[in-house]
Design a protein around this ligand. Structure first.
Ligand code: 5AD
Ligand code: FES
Length: 348
């Protein structure tokens, strides 16, 4: 066994699917995996935790993903759209608070056409911020226009790298198509953010191991991993959700396999455990994304139940995450927090 742990430390590129399946099938080595992930994190991305302010600007969605509370068929949700002026007002506030990245997230909402998004990017770039888009699948031409307008990064979780499970969860999409979007975004020069949920129905060690291999294969610059949390307003309401330990292990293993990636301690981690995000930051994560969606909209962006921060006041999450970072003995990131790729060594 020490041989496999040694491989994690010194030969990460040669870790195989079978070995990952094994590590995901037993809890025996978890403590060791978490320790290695923390060491790798410190060595490759240091002690800084980057803060990315997220604005969930629309909860309209044309898709019907089986797990998601924003799915089109959910009639039990109050839909909202922020107009560009409202969004920019919020971004100005974020810039004043000296945060360096804004994440614009929404459901898949074609109301925001090419030009609206382009103009938002142009205006935000004038404020000297990094811009991350997280607005779902669009056409390749739009990705290009937005890149030229100054967009820096694009979050698009692959959700699951098992094509059959992907198809079941996303009736109108395929895993191959998802992959092609991620690769196109990368080719255009975006930093890309893949990632998955953990604990989906039908997802075991084999499927999870494939997620990790996929993230390594596409060399994902950012990696968002969180537990699946069953939403009562969706067809998956009766399923069991993901647990803290397995999700943590997925975060830790992604850190080990892709050492320079930027990996958030996700909101979903914080939603299944009061210290979920702090624990993630100690097992490989180096990014945190405070919720800056303004009221009255914030409580309506309900991907899953018990989402944290919905009733926090306005900008409270900024101070909250800053306190979290300092309490852990880490540093608040001061730069834009782009991926550091210059360390070439394959050793811890
Ligand atoms: N539980 C956990 N995560 C979810 N997401 C959507 N619905 C759920 C849920 N029920 C995640 C997806 C998506 C991200 C924005 O939120 O992975 O990519
Ligand atoms: Fe929102 Fe702590 S991050 S209250």
């Amino acid at each position: 066994m020490s041989k496999l742990l040694n491989k994690l430390k010194y030969k990460r590129d040669s870790v195989t699917l079978e070995e990952l399946i094994f590590l995901l099938s037993t809890n025996k080595f978890d403590k060791k995996i978490f320790e290695i992930a923390d060491e790798v994190r410190e060595k490759y991305v240091g002690n800084e935790v980057h803060i990315r302010a997220i604005i969930e600007f629309s909860n309209f969605c044309k898709m019907d993903c089986l797990y998601c509370g924003l799915r089109r068929q959910n009639k039990n949700i109050k839909r909202y759209r922020m107009n560009p002026e409202e969004i920019l007002k919020r971004v100005r506030l974020i810039a004043e608070k000296n945060i360096k990245t804004v994440v614009l997230q929404s459901g898949e909402d074609p109301y925001y056409n090419t030009e609206i998004i382009e103009n938002l990017i142009i205006e935000i770039k004038k404020m000297n911020l990094a811009v991350t888009l997280s607005i779902g699948e669009r056409n390749f031409e739009e990705y290009k226009i937005w890149k030229n307008a100054g967009a820096d990064r694009y979050l698009m979780r692959h959700e699951t790298a098992d094509p059959n499970l992907y198809k079941k969860l996303h009736p109108s999409d395929t895993f191959e198509n998802r992959k092609s979007h991620l690769l196109k975004l990368k080719e255009l020069g975006y930093e890309i953010g893949g990632g998955c949920m953990v604990g989906l129905p039908g997802q075991g060690p084999y499927e999870l191991a494939k997620d990790l291999i996929f993230l390594r294969e596409i060399d994902s610059d950012m990696i968002g991993i969180g537990p699946f949390i069953p939403n009562p307003e969706t067809p998956l309401r009766k399923e069991k959700g993901g647990n803290l330990n397995t999700t943590l292990k997925m975060i830790a293993l992604s850190r080990i396999l892709i050492p320079t990636a930027n990996i958030p301690a996700t909101t979903a981690m914080g939603s299944i455990h009061p210290f979920g995000r702090q624990i993630a930051l100690k097992c490989g994560a180096n990014v945190i994304m405070p919720n800056l969606t303004p009221n009255p909209y914030r409580p309506n962006y309900t991907l899953y139940p018990n989402k944290i921060c919905l009733f926090e006041r306005d900008t409270a999450c900024i101070n909250c995450v800053k306190g979290m970072i300092t309490n852990l003995g880490r540093e608040i990131g001061k730069s834009f927090g782009f991926r550091i790729k210059n360390l070439q060594t394959n050793e811890v």
